[in-house]
Design a protein around this ligand. Structure first.
Ligand code: 5GP
Length: 129
């Protein structure tokens, strides 16, 4: 069965898109640790990051870096943190999280955002790409 992220790639489930290439997609996490929390994924559906072929892995890292640089310009924060977990969704994703305090790097406290806020943040990040 297709992962929820493959459904997002195929447009079957909506997302707040930040960036897209032929191989990769970046969109806002729906249950963010902090405003601007973004997920970068390969369109190729693979469960674990280190099972990616080397080209896709390196491409995903370069894509994530480009998005992180734009994210840091768009969302005021001390720095952008990177995390790869994957215990919930078995489709490789790099979490990019604007950090102001240690708690932002934990997956316990969450921000509630309205659709207009998600839209504005996605647009702001995209404008810095
Ligand atoms: P992980 O697999 O790394 O533990 O976490 C999966 C992440 O994907 C979570 O932060 C969760 O909020 C996010 N997520 C799960 N389902 C969806 C979805 O349908 N849309 C979006 N935008 N994010 C999702």
């Amino acid at each position: 069965m297709a992962s929820i992220f493959t459904k997002i790639i195929n447009g079957e489930i909506p997302c707040y898109k930040v960036a897209e290439t032929d191989e990769f997609l970046a969109f806002l996490d729906i249950n963010p640790n902090a405003k601007g929390h973004t997920l970068c994924i390969p369109k190729k559906e693979v469960d674990k990051i280190f099972d990616l072929d080397e080209d896709t892995y390196m491409g995903l890292m370069a894509f994530s870096r480009r998005v992180a640089i734009a994210l840091e310009k768009a969302v005021p924060c001390k720095r952008v943190g990177v995390s790869v977990i994957g215990l919930e969704v078995p489709h490789v994703h790099v979490h990019l999280i604007p950090l102001n305090r240690m708690d932002d790097a934990r997956f316990l406290s969450k921000e509630t955002l309205q659709p207009e806020e998600f839209e504005a943040i996605a647009k702001a990040i995209a404008s810095h790409l």
